[in-house]
Write a protein that binds this ligand. Structure first.
Ligand SMILES: C[S@@+](CC[C@H](N)C(=O)[O-])C[C@H]1O[C@@H](n2cnc3c(N)ncnc32)[C@H](O)[C@@H]1O
Length: 342
């Protein structure tokens, strides 16, 4: 059913229902079209920038003697491939909502290891659940601070266009905004990440022992507070910020900054310990700076030997690896580690 047909049948729908349909419904951004996370697609992610993202994560996984990997929102397979290259004999599964991405993952894994959603994985898993830039795409409700409570944006038809209707926030939306919104000015906006919370609870429940590694943009409640006046909801298309999310549903990515405090709270409520790192710190701790130094040495050796082509190839690989650490770019992403059953 199209978004307009759904609204015609039901009246205005919560933004999170709209976002779900716009991304994953019929003709949705991830349900149709090419693999979105690629140089020719709509945005470039860490594993698409450099294989050293996956190779460095492989070291983290190897240090825990884990031999099964479940990557959720695995995109083109650009993270799984270097992990498998590095670790050799491990079992791997990909969970991916997009049909085109699942086709692409067929080049990395056998078909029976590629599934559509977390609930299609076996239960009682032992291993690592890894997701890069998944959580920022999970649907959000939009809460607006009235000064003495919360309203919520619903999506309906205004004139003949999609537009926002402001209604009293549903109790679960208001409770989440109270708990994880932080200091919000009157009129300020909180993206309420209930779907992310239930996704993490479901992932934890499926793991008997192992680790969950979630990498994404966002921050803690306090770090997100300066962004509350406008909120963090935005769209991407063709590597640029896109139009208002209501203008061309299905044609743009819709994303928000991930509230890591809320995710940590879910894990801790379930009795688990968590650690939150910046991506640059995490990758450096697992050896990326040393890899980059070794590449520089190699570049120099090739330059001295007059091997210009190979020098330039190594230089390009090195610059891509450095991009993963850029303090105001990918390095500013967060890495959440949740230990399960240790
Ligand atoms: C921003 S892309 C990131 C792709 C890849 N992880 C990367 O870093 O290049 C998000 C991916 O998550 C997938 N996705 C979104 N929600 C999902 C869900 N609930 N289960 C599985 N895959 C999902 C989308 O189809 C898309 O391929």
């Amino acid at each position: 059913m199209s978004i307009r047909a759904r609204i015609a049948a039901e009246g205005p729908i919560p933004f999170e229902v709209f976002q779900h349909l716009a991304l994953y419904g019929e003709g949705g951004f991830f349900a149709s079209g090419p693999v979105r996370s690629s140089a020719t697609g709509d945005f470039l992610t860490s594993p698409e920038v450099s294989p050293w993202f996956g190779k460095t994560i492989a070291r983290f996984i190897a240090a825990r003697s884990i031999d099964t990997i479940f990557e959720v929102g695995a995109g083109s397979g650009s993270l799984l491939r270097p992990i498998l290259d590095e670790l050799g004999e491990v079992d791997a599964w990909a969970v991916e909502a997009s049909p085109e991405a699942r086709r692409s993952l067929g080049n990395v894994l056998p078909g029976d290891r590629i599934v559509e959603s977390l609930d299609q994985l076996p239960t009682g898993l032992n291993g690592a659940i890894v997701a890069n830039e998944l959580i920022d795409n999970l649907p959000v409700a939009i809460a607006v601070n009235t000064g003495d409570g919360w309203n919520e944006h619903y999506v309906g038809i205004v004139g003949d266009q999609l537009g926002f209707y402001t209604v009293d926030a549903r109790p679960e939306v208001a409770a989440w905004a109270d708990a994880y919104g932080g200091e919000v000015p009157a009129g300020g906006i909180v993206e309420v990440q209930l779907a992310a919370a239930s996704w993490l609870a479901q992932a934890i429940a499926r793991l008997e022992a192992g680790v969950i590694l979630l990498i994404d943009y966002g921050g803690t409640v306090e770090e997100l507070e300066p962004r509350r006046k406008q909120g963090t909801l935005r769209t991407y298309r063709g590597h640029h910020l896109g139009p208002d999310p209501l203008l061309e549903p299905g044609e743009t990515d819709i994303t928000v900054d991930v509230n890591f405090t809320a995710l940590e709270a879910i894990a801790r409520t379930m009795g688990l310990s968590t650690q939150l790192h910046r991506q640059d710190d995490f990758l450096i701790a697992w050896g990326l700076r040393k890899v980059i130094s070794a590449m520089k040495q190699e570049e120099l050796a090739h330059a001295r030997a007059g091997e210009t082509m190979s020098q330039l190839e190594i230089k390009s690989d090195r610059i891509n690896a450095e991009t993963l650490l850029h303090p105001r770019g990918l390095g500013d992403f967060r890495v959440l580690v949740v230990d399960v059953g240790f």
